[in-house]
Design a protein around this ligand. Structure first.
Ligand code: NAP
Length: 682
């Protein structure tokens, strides 16, 4: 059998193994299948290449450009995913597991591509929050902004998700404009290497944006600077060792850790035997135990049910687990493949025996179980193992020992407070789930357990068909947890991107902030053109360009007509005495929506032109009431422009309504879609 040399990708070149390379074995047969590592890898050259070639290239691109690259990567990987499936079986993973790792990774790329286009500007500066008023007259303001770090992201990944584990860190880093050096866990790095090869060969990424270290990472961490970020996934022991490196401490280098976790699942006290929630709970527990043979950081390690349901739940789980076929992951009839290696199998059995000191194994015997299509003694197979712990209050190991395999412990609680207290004994986890159809139980769980868990997952008969599963980190939602889980956060949409950027508080005048943010700030310079802004295309509109309308007087007939026409005969518009009794109004006032409608009548240019649609209105505030006899006029300013697709872009207009005394009556932001200049026919 040929032993594959797994390469690193360093400073634009593939570098093979040396004599000290580590050996990698098949999870199914135990055969030596590959080697990885080269002790003479030039780490300094890799860091330099990322910092001086990859970083600058990424930083010239806007968030939208980077999002497009990420989408292209997703498409290329989707096209070639069969190659990744084929090679992944040797890790012990089944086809179903591949979908989580490979399709899940590709899906994460698609999500970040869309987040980048939808939620970030077509610019290199991200605005974090609104303009902050810092002065009485508005001539000095503040704005938080984020810019790309000018270093490199070092990603150190766990073995269990060789594709998703890389892509879920890579997508936010690339979107942030930060190049990455990825170091996958050696045991499964041959899958990551193939994924990186597909990416590099696609030519989509700028040079230096992605490099790969297979095998040891040498003294990389001691060469990092304050512009670099380390993002680690793995065990807490490794995390402690790495995060305490003197260079990281000295230079305040960001260290994001996702480490092991004693995740819990609680069957709500409201759940009755035979209810949809009872079955759902058992189904989720089984799935979390056997998916990836339990080698999932989010897997359910501790199962909490009420004393009343304990026996029934144990029996239900035993029946379900008895229907699990363990074996060669390439066979379609296999439900659960192998652990990644015999080393991992030894670790799982040792840790399971620690659990066994406080709990009785009620299902699964590692010395006696069936394996289909493979030799049990050659591969890293174990059966799913369910423990029952009769005294969860005193049993320390069940709340402290992470068995990274298909092993869970069931325990009984007295009431929901007790269940929450036990769930929190994990000292910080990635996820806890509560299966309940009682919203008050959910709120109690949030108040009692929120501080201990990175994610709380509630599921019941209403959400179960569409729910994404206890164990699935979603790109839009935070992944990470406090305390023992590492204290890190990944994913979570934009939040994950911002870990790779520097947030800076910028202070200055409206003109300065407008120029920096490319968003018109009230008080900044306005420009006036002779033609109406609605006659001009997206490309020719300029931020700060302003249009002042004529004024219009509002009559009592207008107010009454609007009231009867719309049906809004609220007393403040119709009854002088009642309106006067209201502390907000001097007497009958015009409807706010009447003012908005008249405002549109004042600023709209009616001819067919580049304005394609009015798509919404944000941040509307009515400041001053308008009565019959008052007049209004509108000041419309181009606040921001955001390309949407090849045909049109979104224009955000700052709209101020003033009365006859130039007092501000209403303020809002109007959104329109405007055609690009090149659509000459419009
Ligand atoms: P690990 O042994 O801690 O290894 C994690 C990574 O660190 C690997 O890439 C490993 O490389 C590297 N590493 C180990 N020692 C190092 C050192 N001295 N210097 C630099 N790098 C070093 O964890 P694992 O066995 O791969 O993964 C299982 C653990 O990860 C479990 O505890 C699980 O809970 C946790 N996990 C957590 C999450 C999460 O998101 N929170 C996700 C998945 C897994 P080598 O392989 O080359 O040693």
């Amino acid at each position: 059998m040929t032993v594959q040399d797994i390469c690193s990708f360093s400073a634009g070149k593939w570098v093979g193994c040396d004599d000290e390379a580590r050996q990698i074995f098949s999870a199914i047969t135990g055969d030596l299948i590959a080697r990885a590592g080269n002790s003479s890898l030039d780490i300094e050259a890799m860091l330099d290449f990322a910092r001086t070639v990859g970083g600058p290239a990424l930083r010239t691109l806007t968030f939208h450009d980077r999002a497009r690259l990420i989408k292209s990567l997703a498409l290329v990987l989707a096209e070639k995913k069969q190659m990744l499936y084929d090679i992944s079986f040797s890790t012990g993973a089944t086809q179903k597991d591949h979908v989580i790792d490979i399709d899940g990774g590709i899906g994460t790329l698609f999500s970040f591509a869309s987040i980048g286009r939808r939620e970030m500007p077509d610019d290199q500066i991200y605005l974090d929050g609104p303009v902050e008023p810092l002065s009485r007259n508005g001539t000095f303001l503040g704005q938080h902004i984020c810019t790309s770090l000018q270093g490199v992201a070092v990603h150190i990944n766990a073995y269990n998700f060789p594709v998703w584990g890389m892509l879920e860190k890579l997508a936010p880093a690339l979107l942030a404009g930060l190049p990455a050096i990825v170091k996958p866990a050696t045991a499964t790095c041959y899958v990551t290497e193939l994924c990186v090869r597909i990416i590099i060969e696609s030519g989509i990424l700028p040079k230096g944006a992605l490099q790969l270290v297979c095998g040891g990472i040498g003294d990389t961490l001691s060469r990092l600077t304050s512009q670099d970020v380390v993002s680690f996934t793995g065990s807490s022991n490794t995390a402690i060792h790495l995060r305490s490196q003197p260079q990281l401490i000295k230079n305040s280098i960001r260290f994001i850790a996702e480490q092991d976790s004693l995740n819990a699942s609680i069957l709500g006290p409201d759940v009755a035997l035979g209810s949809p929630e009872f079955d759902l709970f058992a189904k989720e527990v089984k799935s979390e135990m056997i998916t990836k043979a339990g080698q999932k950081c989010t897997a359910i390690r501790r199962i909490f049910v009420s004393q009343a349901h304990l026996n029934q739940m144990v029996e239900t789980l035993k029946t379900k687990l008895a229907n699990t076929s363990v074996g060669d992951p390439r066979l379609s009839e296999t439900d659960m493949g192998a652990l990644v290696s015999k080393v991992q199998k030894r670790d799982v059995l040792e840790k399971a025996s620690l659990i066994g000191r406080h709990a009785e194994c009620v299902f699964g015997d590692p010395d006696n179980f069936d394996v289909i299509g493979a030799e049990v003694e050659n591969g890293a197979f174990v059966p799913p193992m369910l423990f029952y712990c009769p005294d969860p209050d005193t049993a320390i190991n069940v709340h402290d020992t992470e068995v990274f395999g298909p092993v869970s412990t069931i325990m009984a609680y007295r009431d929901i407070d007790h269940a929450i207290e036990l769930a929190n004994r994990g000292k910080g986890s990635l996820v806890a789930s509560v299966i309940t159809n009682a919203p008050d139980v959910a709120r109690q769980a949030v108040l009692g357990a929120g501080a201990y868990h990175g994610r709380l997952y509630f599921n019941n008969r209403m959400s179960m068909k569409e729910s994404t599963g206890h164990g699935s980190p979603m790109p839009q939602m935070l992944h990470g947890g406090p305390g023992r889980a590492g204290g890190g956060e990944e994913l979570g949409g934009i939040r994950g991107v911002l870990h790779n950027m520097q947030r800076t508080a910028v202070q200055g005048s409206p003109d300065i902030l407008t120029q920096i943010s490319k968003k018109w700030v009230p008080g900044a310079k306005q420009t006036f053109e002779t033609d109406h802004p609605f006659t001009r295309t997206f490309g020719t509109l300029v931020v700060g360009e302003t249009f002042n309308t004529k004024s219009r007087t509002i009559s009592i007939e207008d107010i009454e007509h609007f009231a009867y026409f719309t049906g809004d005969t609220f007393y403040a518009h119709m009854d002088e005495a009642a309106a006067k009794r209201n502390p907000f109004f001097p007497g009958r006032v015009a409807h706010g929506y009447l003012l908005l409608s008249f405002a549109a009548g004042l600023f709209v240019q009616p001819d067919e032109g580049p304005v394609l649609a009015n798509t919404g209105l944000d941040n509307l505030r009515f400041m001053k009431p308008i009565q019959a006899g008052d007049s209004i006029k509108v000041c419309l300013t181009v606040k921001h422009k955001k390309p949407r697709n090849e045909n049109y872009g979104e224009v955000r207009w700052h709209v101020n309504l003033y009365n006859q005394d130039d007092a501000l009556v209403a303020e809002y932001e109007l959104l329109t879609m405007n055609a690009y200049e090149r659509l000459a026919s419009i």
